[in-house]
Design a protein around this ligand. Structure first.
Ligand SMILES: Cc1cc2nc3c(=O)[nH]c(=O)nc-3n(C[C@H](O)[C@H](O)[C@H](O)COP(=O)(O)OP(=O)(O)OC[C@H]3O[C@@H](n4cnc5c(N)ncnc54)[C@H](O)[C@@H]3O)c2cc1C
Length: 373
């Protein structure tokens, strides 16, 4: 039996596996996908995210990531450009998550691919290949709830978001327009992020309320047509070549802190399983990586899951609260119009918002969690 069983091989699971294996723990990680895959994500690596990757010995720039140092907000006919308070990077999850898993395997992690977690009862895990257990279970299966103790997690919000993502090859002028920029387009019922990633490609990732989606249409062509018809921000689409046969999609996204669990819950919940921050702040990957650092730190100090939850909340609560407040403002048409009007007059506020929704620096890394490349 392994010291730690990690469920899900995204950023949170991969990073926790790597940290624990490098510290000498035996780790088994189960991942439902059989190989590299695309995930719903804007692929915007904030300064905190790529700093955490550097702490893990992963140089995102060396993997082809492109620098992003400006933000462009589009709402109706209004376009606002401002500097980001840091240099972010654009890199696909297809590359990034795989590198992390490769490093974890090289550090001694037993990686079981193509194995799906079906249900958990405490630290007993039923998978598509039978039952698994371990001294410690870390749940890092991402955005959607896992069935626990015979029950689905109850969500507060009935009109949840649906997410879409597509990679494109852009025309030369469109590439030039987008170089170094993350473009956020607000529209009724949702928003879209567009930016360059490695290999001269662009990533479009958007969320839309389910109720609004049914008005827009039935398929991806209808969604693209809606974006192209916006007064600004959709011009690039007319000459863009989609690079997937169909978009990556996910339904029923539920943002905010995950519902509270029992105080004696023994499971370490990482990344999006601990809470999903508003996507437009581009800090979800940083939060996922941070949760892996905190979990590894706690486990190596012999602390339990309750202690982990406390430390996790202390470090991530502020980001989540601020990011969710911003998302709620943008969801209200009146507040959105007022906010955009204000930003138009004072674009520097956009830089301040980007700064104010950061995760913040990681308290000094304990010796054992700090890892050599
Ligand atoms: C629309 C949108 C845009 C976003 N844009 C950005 C952005 O630009 N920048 C940013 O920093 N963050 C962004 N995020 C947030 C970011 O994608 C997540 O916070 C981050 O991926 C969380 O990492 P994770 O490891 O918790 O989960 P994931 O990265 O989702 O990994 C979970 C893993 O678990 C596996 N898995 C799932 N279910 C099972 C199962 N039952 N059994 C076994 N394995 C399973 C999956 O295959 C996956 O590999 C965005 C989120 C959304 C919704």
């Amino acid at each position: 039996m392994a010291d730690a069983l990690i469920l899900g091989g995204g950023l949170a699971g991969g990073a926790a596996a790597l940290l624990l294996a490098r510290a000498g723990k035996s780790v088994c990680l189960v991942e439902r996908e059989t190989g590299p895959h695309h995930k719903i994500c804007g692929e915007f690596l904030s300064i905190e995210a790529h700093s955490h990757l550097a702490d893990l010995g992963i140089d995102a720039a060396a993997l082809g990531a492109v620098p992003i140092d400006r933000v462009r907000l589009i709402s109706g006919p209004v376009r606002i450009d401002a500097a980001l308070p840091f240099t972010a990077l654009g890199l696909s999850r297809h590359i990034l998550d795989e590198v992390l898993l490769e490093r974890a395997e090289a550090a001694g992690v037993t990686l079981e691919r193509g194995v799906r977690v079906l249900e958990m009862v405490g630290t007993r895990v039923r998978t598509s290949l039978g039952e698994r257990s371990a001294g410690t279970v870390l749940l890092a299966t991402g955005k959607l709830p896992v069935r626990e103790g015979g029950q689905e997690r109850k969500e507060k919000d009935s009109d949840r978001y649906v997410g879409f993502k597509m990679h494109y090859r852009l025309s030369r002028p469109a590439q030039e327009q987008l170089a170094g920029v993350v473009q956020l387009t607000l529209f009724e019922g949702g928003y879209a992020g567009l930016q360059m990633i490695e290999g001269g490609c662009a990533n479009l990732c958007l969320i839309v309320r389910r109720s609004r989606l049914s008005q827009i249409g039935r398929n991806w062509s209808d969604m693209q047509a809606m974006l192209a018809s916006l007064p600004r921000g959709g011009e690039w689409l007319c000459e863009a070549e989609p690079l997937f046969a169909k978009p990556v999609t996910i339904g029923n996204l539920s943002y905010g802190m995950a519902p509270a669990c029992r105080p004696d819950d023994p499971v370490f919940r990482l990344g999006d399983q601990a809470g999903m921050t508003a996507s437009l702040t581009g800090d979800g990957m940083a939060l996922a990586l941070r949760s892996a650092f905190i979990a590894a730190e706690c486990l190596l100090e012999g602390k339990d899951a309750a202690h982990y939850r406390q430390r996790h909340r202390a470090q991530t609560g502020r980001q989540l609260t601020r990011a969710m407040a911003l998302q709620r403002v943008l969801e209200q048409p009146v507040l959105r119009t007022m906010g955009v009007g204000l930003l138009k007059m004072r674009p520097g506020l956009l830089t301040r918002f980007a700064q104010g929704t950061r995760l913040g620096a990681y308290p000094r890394l304990p010796e054992r969690v700090m890892v050599a490349p």
